[in-house]
Design a protein around this ligand. Structure first.
Ligand SMILES: NC(=O)N[C@@H](CC(=O)O)C(=O)O
Ligand SMILES: [Zn+2]
Length: 434
């Protein structure tokens, strides 16, 4: 394996340093010019910020079943380009990832693609039907070593089943990741329930449908003493409930998606289904509360909820369109725009929210480590002073459903190193790694 010498990178935005990568790990780290490595390939990282490789807790890779929207390989390419070195693959595939066989299939497809660590998430219930627990233990002890279980796309709405799931995973320190949506309050829902849904005549998903489930689940997690993770938190009220749950010392973590940190329900006025997503885009007040919650750590991590859909599933009437938007290649830029530029997070905070804490939640021990000698070389180099304009037709993967087409953002991912090997250099996929 070739040695790599990264020169002049600001580690977490600090002093410029040189980093030598050898045999998949950081072998040396020191002041600029202090490392001798004549055989190493040199990468000039002057002006770039070095972060631990990003880790996504919520990625829809669509394989098996909807390879026309995304595959494990195409999603891995999007992830590497976005600065990720690990993604957790959601279970709502076809067939559903509710057995050891399916999670092992996804895991080995990820290994074959070789661009990021692909950690499968297992379903909580058989077929995501919310009726019977899936084989959680078999998935946990499979080669995929599943630790996160989620029926994402659906809420585990039966409280008895949710309690049993929390009890079951406690034995192997697993976590239940809940898509918090009380289904009886979102029948026919198309967007956030508020002034805009009234104006547009679209059925609303009220904030309380999310908040009622989060309130119930933090109580259950506290009661059982087990780990709960709340997916894609989208309302100001949810942040308040999480703050309270954390003050009790319960083992509760939560994620927010980049689109909920930036976009609002006003965009639905265009009737462009690219803005249709679950949970829906909310109000300005919610956006500000989510940013504040993430800054304070009430919300622990940023997760993309990267949800590729084909043109047929997205470019149709709003009511028929599938919910979800692409996220892997734009996430870091949106975090910089909404959190770093306004001074809500520094680079250490970005590393914490986008890499270190997600890796801890997912139990990915080789990921999310602050750069130090001996650490696995999963690293991202970003140019914070450069901007780029999103071009939907140039994104990796077959799907085009980005809500950011034509928008200009700060923060260009220049290089990604996965297991000591560059997967992205100068902003492009490294050929040998594809
Ligand atoms: N977020 C979405 O709007 N859609 C997701 C499911 C989900 O994350 O709930 C999908 O699988 O398309
Ligand atoms: Zn969801």
């Amino acid at each position: 394996m070739t040695d790599h010498l990264i020169k002049g990178a600001a580690v977490l935005g600090g002093e410029p340093s040189d980093v030598l990568i050898r045999d998949g790990r950081i072998a040396e780290l020191g002041a600029v010019g202090s490392i001798e490595a004549s055989d190493a390939e040199v990468y000039d990282a002057t002006g770039l910020v070095l972060l631990p490789g990003l880790v996504d807790l919520h990625t829809h890779l669509r394989e098996p079943g909807r390879e026309d929207a995304e595959t494990v390989a195409s999603g891995s390419r999007a992830a590497a380009l976005g600065g990720y070195t690990a993604v957790c693959a959601m279970a709502n595939t076809d067939p559903v990832a509710d057995t050891a066989g399916v999670v092992e299939q996804v895991w080995s497809l990820g290994r074959d693609a070789g661009l990021v660590e692909v950690q499968p998430i297992g379903a909580v219930t058989v077929g995501l039907a919310g009726e019977r627990l899936a084989e959680l233990g078999a998935m946990a002890t499979s080669a995929a070593k599943v630790r996160i279980f989620s029926d994402d796309g659906h809420c585990v709405s039966d409280p008895r089943l949710m309690r049993r799931a929390l009890e079951y995973v406690k034995a192997f320190d697993g976590v239940i990741a809940q898509h918090a949506e009380e289904p009886m309050l979102t029948v026919g829902a198309q967007m956030h329930e508020g002034a805009m849904s009234a104006k547009l005549g679209l059925a609303g998903w009220p904030a309380v449908a999310e908040e009622a489930i989060i309130a119930r689940d933090v109580l259950l997690a506290g009661h059982v003493g087990s780990r709960l993770h709340v997916c894609h938190v989208s309302t100001a009220g949810s942040v308040e409930i999480l703050r309270w749950a954390k003050s009790k010392g319960w083992r509760v973590t939560a994620e927010v998606c980049p689109h909920h940190l930036l976009l609002t329900d006003e965009l639905a006025e265009s009737y462009d289904p690219v803005y249709k997503v679950n949970p829906p885009l909310r109000t300005e007040e919610d956006v500000l509360a989510l940013q504040q919650g993430l800054a304070e750590g009430v919300i622990d991590v940023v997760a993309t909820d990267h949800a590729p859909h084909t043109v047929e599933d997205k470019e149709c009437e709003w009511a028929q369109a599938r919910p979800g938007m692409l996220g892997l290649q734009t996430a870091l830029s949106i975090v910089i725009k909404t959190m770093v530029e306004p001074g809500l997070l520094d680079w250490a905070g970005v590393a914490e929210r986008c890499s270190i804490t997600p890796a801890t939640i997912a139990g990915l021990t080789g990921q999310g480590q602050l750069p130090h000698v001996g650490a696995p070389a999963n690293l991202t180099l970003v140019d914070p002073n450069e901007t780029w304009t999103v071009n939907g037709s140039e994104l990796a993967g077959p799907s085009r459903n980005t809500p950011y087409d034509g928008m200009t953002f700060p923060g260009v991912v220049r290089a990604t190193f996965f297991g000591g090997r560059p997967t992205v250099l100068d902003g492009k996929l490294v050929k040998e790694s594809i």
